[in-house]
Every structure is written in C-alpha cells, then in structure tokens.
Ligand binder design. Sequence first.
Ligand code: ZN
Length: 204
Amino acid sequence: MPICKVCLKEMTTPSFLSFFSKENIMCPECQNKFRPVFRKVSKLDGNIYVLYHYDETIRSLLYQFKVADDYEIYSVFLGRFAPYLRLKFHDYILVPAPSVSIDNERRGYNHVEMMFSVLKLPLVRAVKKINSNKQTNRTKRERYQIKDDLALEDNINLAGKKVLLIDDVLTTGSTLNTMEQLIKTLKPAKIEKLVLSIVASHPL
Ligand SMILES: [Zn+2]
C-alpha cells in the first residue's frame, strides 16, 4: 500500500491522478487541500507564472520541507502541474533564486532547486546573494532594497538560451525582477518567471 508523503497515511484508494502519473505521492485528501491558481500575474516590469496562493496548505508544507527538513516531500509542490510545465518549458534552463548559503549548508540542499527538479530541466546557479541578511528579518522597506544584495556568478554563459527564473514565494516581486535585470546582461534569447505561490496581500 503506497503511503502519502504529506500526512503519512496509507492510501487505500489510488487517486485519479495516480493512474497516469507515478509522481502522485499524495492521498486525495492532501491533494484536495491545494488551491491552484495557475495564471500569469503582472508584477513590476513583467509577467510571472504563479501556481498557488500562499495559503495555510502551502505555508505548512514549506515549513515541513524547509524548516523541519522533510526532504521527501520535495515532489509534491509542482504536483499536477509538472507534466504541463515540463512541456511548456522543455527547452528552458532553470535559474533558481538564491537562498541564504548558510541555510543550504545546514540542509545540504537548496529547497527551490529541489522542488523544481521534478521538471528535469538543466539548472544553472547564475545568481548569488552577496550578503547574508535574511529577507524574513527585514522590514518591508528593506525588502524593496534587495536589489543590492544579488549579483551574477562568474563565468556564466546563457547567451541565446531560454531562461526560466524560479522561486518559491512571491512577495514584492523584487527578487525575480532583479534576477531578470542581471540575467538580461547575459543576452539570453528569452526570460520567463515561475513561482510556486503568491502571498494573498498581493491581489491577482
Ligand atoms: Zn495525505
């Protein structure tokens, strides 16, 4: 009997999705807690693809994944979107939003890279943080100034490539926007942006 990776209960009845996806590792009850919004939202200078509201379900799953170190649930986040996204962005290179490196060292993995790894796309860590202030410790005003804290890694070549910028939670949009400005200087063919969730205080 398969076990749901989110609630750890045995799945007595296979969910509808499991008939055509081996990636379905959630029971129907957990699956139904997700509220997909999949659409493009306008933020600052451009459009961003958003999969979910940042609601209690996403918040607690991200906590389980990032803070409680439940590595196994990485594949639930893109869930039902994975096959579609794999097709839509099949010729793209992923560039993840950088997280604070000290967290990565502690965990041994970057949570954004992990959750998007189900897309099986090449990934380039083209952007880095240049100081270690945590975004969550900042005031709202300071979060708008994050621009100064991101920089391109050395010797990155994305010229002529299609680039998909990825992140987990969209707040102001300034991180992705700054990443886009940085990546643009590398002359890629195209840049798209995709986030797992958007916070409710930013109306769609
Ligand atoms: Zn479950």
